[in-house]
Design a protein around this ligand. Structure first.
Ligand SMILES: Nc1ncnc2c1ncn2[C@@H]1O[C@H](COP(=O)(O)OP(=O)(O)O)[C@@H](O)[C@H]1O
Ligand SMILES: [Mg+2]
Length: 231
């Protein structure tokens, strides 16, 4: 499991995250929620080694992770699907997937079949350019690219943002399948409360760079969650 403790993060002089702790268990979806600007993306950037932390620690399955760089985090089994997808528009679908190989030994440079099983549309579109895909297909590609590394921890930043309802359903199904395979911890940053409440097992709500509440679904009704999200 992922265990993040007491993380502070700054942009220059301005502190954005304050003493954030977050646990995410294997075989569970952990939703991180909160309004615009509370620091959700900053938290995922910290955990994925994209932005240095000012304080705190992280471990995966009990082993400390150096969050010194994206490479370190990836080697520790942490994969990141960025907000806005960041698909390479001029590269083909296959080439986009192959960028996921960067942190893997040569012997693992093969696209695992389960990736295409999870998102069959990507198999059909392998030779199409990333930029020619719909927003929903690009989101599936971004998730698939993260899965190439067979991560222990999958971080997703607002995967439903700007996406058609039918594709949201497919992405939800894929995340539930990955969860139920029981091999990774999934951290889902979401503003879509209906989607998050439907698929997540546990919730952390942030407010102004701090954790406001962390609770499992059993003790967190949707009404309570909505109340916590309404400032
Ligand atoms: N690169 C940056 N430099 C300075 N401030 C930033 C940067 N990125 C985000 N911020 C600020 O940090 C705060 C949290 O942003 P962010 O993590 O993107 O929040 P969220 O994802 O919850 O909307 C916001 O006030 C935002 O303006
Ligand atoms: Mg964000």
């Amino acid at each position: 499991m992922l265990d993040v403790r007491n993380v502070d993060l700054k942009y220059g002089q301005s502190q954005i995250l304050f003493d954030i702790s977050l646990g995410a268990e294997v075989g569970k979806i952990t939703a991180v929620m909160g309004n615009n600007g509370v620091g959700k993306t900053s938290l995922l950037k910290a955990i994925s080694g994209r932005h240095p932390i000012a304080a705190g620690t992280a471990s995966v399955n009990g082993s400390a992770v150096q969050l010194a760089s994206a490479y370190h985090a990836a080697r520790a089994g942490i994969a990141y699907v960025p907000q806005g997808r960041e698909v390479f528009p001029m590269m083909t679908v296959r080439e986009n997937l192959e960028t996921g190989f960067a942190c893997l030994p040569k012997s693992d440079h093969e696209i695992p079949d389960f990736v295409f099983a999870l998102f069959p549309v990507l198999r059909e579109m392998q030779t199409r350019r990333g930029g020619d895909l719909s927003g929903g297909q690009q989101q599936q590609l971004a998730i698939a690219r993260a899965l190439i590394t067979r991560p222990k921890v999958l971080l997703l930043d607002e995967p439903t943002e700007g996406i058609q309802p039918n594709v949201i359903q497919q992405i939800g199904d894929a995340l539930e399948l990955l969860r139920d395979q029981g091999e990774m911890a999934i951290v889902l940053v979401e503003q879509n409360a209906d989607f998050a409440y439907r698929i997540a097992d546990t919730f952390t709500v942030m407010e102004q760079g701090r954790v406001k509440r962390s609770a499992p679904k059993e003790s967190y009704s949707k009404e309570m969650l909505m109340q916590d999200l309404a400032l």
